[in-house]
Write a protein that binds this ligand. Structure first.
Ligand code: C2E
Ligand code: MG
Ligand code: MG
Ligand code: MG
Length: 281
């Protein structure tokens, strides 16, 4: 259904679009102050190394527990946070929380190995210019070693402005943190970019992992990504591993790290510490 507004203008809105816009505006209002009200929290999804099966770190993932609507997934609100600019307030808080909580379990790796925490950084945070300062401040305040912090940037954010991104990555690297390219493969940018933007790791998008056993193209692509990344000295992580068969395929092909429901869903920092304690015994 469409309505026409104005004499000269043909401004068509579908009702569905109206609702979508309304929902967005509403969500932005609700998201404002959500952190202060304690509605936002951070959960951690364990990351495991294929060579020895050990848990070597975790990815920090944001959660929104809305008082009326219940749990809202980041896929629903991250866009709103990004476009409204609210991510500029939320992002650094996630980073600080993750660094703080990682201090509790950073030394709990099997065999005394130091664990990492991996934090998602949005395109807007990357463009803003103060990210390296915020990162350095978080590390100083929490005492987390820089090498224990990984930042996940999306492929599209990095590719959209390669020159600026390369400069930003250099500044981030100078703080000692590692940088991973998230959702790798979805941007169709190809591996040639990896020569110009220096990253430490790529995370193969879970859409490739989902059909690994059935789709020979996905398997071929994944195998190619692993081989080429390794030839450039880059670590490969696969996300969205839900089945043992997927894990085995990835491990056989030398994928360094995996995460997914097969290993563990995202869990609280406390639950993660318990998981480590159990495995350590
Ligand atoms: P992502 O960084 O690619 O994170 C992985 C997503 O896959 C997470 O969804 C995780 O819960 C989900 N996942 C993990 N294992 C499996 C699996 O085996 N199967 C399936 N189907 N899914 C799995 P989540 O937590 O809903 O986050 C969605 C996206 O929201 C993230 O994708 C990330 O781009 C963004 N996000 C989350 N937290 C933050 C944050 O603090 N800051 C920013 N800027 N973005 C965030
Ligand atoms: Mg991520
Ligand atoms: Mg991802
Ligand atoms: Mg994703």
């Amino acid at each position: 259904q469409a309505k026409v507004a104005g004499k000269n203008g043909f401004r068509f809105y579908s009702r569905a679009m109206d609702h979508a816009v309304e929902r967005r505006v509403h969500m932005e209002q609700e998201l404002r102050g959500a952190w202060e009200r304690g509605e936002l929290s951070v959960v951690y999804q364990p990351v495991c190394r294929t060579s020895d099966g050990r848990v070597v770190g975790a990815e920090a993932l944001l959660r929104w527990q809305h008082p009326m609507l219940g749990m809202i997934a980041p896929s629903v609100f991250i866009d709103v946070a990004e476009q409204s600019g609210l991510i500029e307030g939320i992002g650094p808080r996630v980073l600080r929380t993750a660094c703080n909580e990682a201090m509790r379990w950073a030394n709990m790796g099997e065999g005394g190995e130091r664990l990492f925490v991996s934090v998602n950084v949005s395109p807007r945070q990357l463009r803003k210019g103060d990210l390296p300062d915020i990162v350095a401040e978080c590390l100083r305040e929490t005492g987390l070693p820089a090498s224990s912090l990984h930042l996940e940037l999306t492929e599209t954010a990095v590719i959209s402005d390669e020159l600026q991104a390369a400069a930003m990555l250099a500044r981030l690297h100078s703080t000692g943190v590692k940088v991973w390219l998230d959702d790798f493969g979805t941007g169709f940018s190809g591996l040639s970019h990896l020569r110009r933007v220096p990253v430490d790791g790529v995370k193969i998008d879970r859409s490739f992992v989902a059909d690994l056993q059935r789709d020979p193209d996905d398997l071929a692509l994944t195998t190619a990504i692993i081989a080429m990344a390794h030839s450039l000295g880059i670590t490969v992580v696969a996300e969205g591993v839900e089945k043992e068969a997927q894990y085995n395929l990835l491990a056989e092909r030398g994928c360094d790290l995996v995460q997914g429901y097969w290993l563990s869903h995202p869990i609280s920092a406390t639950e993660f510490a318990h998981l480590l304690a159990r495995r350590g015994r």
